[in-house]
Design a protein around this ligand. Sequence first.
Ligand code: FES
Length: 125
Amino acid sequence: MALYSEKVMDHFLHPRNVGVIEDADGVGEVGNAKCGDIMKIYLKIDNDIITDVKFETFGCGSAIASSSMATEMIKGKPVSEALELTNKAVAEALDGLPAHKMHCSVLAEEAIKNALEDYQSKQNK
Ligand code: FES
C-alpha cells in the first residue's frame, strides 16, 4: 500500500491557495518545535465570510497537503464554521495521513484558528 493517498500527493504536488495576502484581515502562524515546520495562514474576511485564504508552509509534504486542503475547506465559509474545522476532518478529506504525519494536519488547524483569533481581536478593537 502506498504511504500517501492520491489526494495527499495531488495537494502536495499542486497545492491550492499558496501565497500571501498583503492586506489580510487575519494572519496566523504556528510552528512545530519537534520537526521545525512552520505554517502561516492569511485570511480575507468580508461580512463574516472568508472570501480569500492563502498559506505559506515551510515544512514537509503532509504539511503542505494539509494546508492546501484546509484552505480549500474554509474558503467561502463563515468564520463560525471555519473555527470548527478539525485536523481530523482535514486528514479525512485527504483520504488519511500516516499516523506519524497526523501532527502536520494539526498545524493546519492551529494556523487557521490563530488567523481567525487574530481577525476577531482586530474586530474588537
Ligand atoms: Fe512536521 Fe510535517 S513533519 S509538519
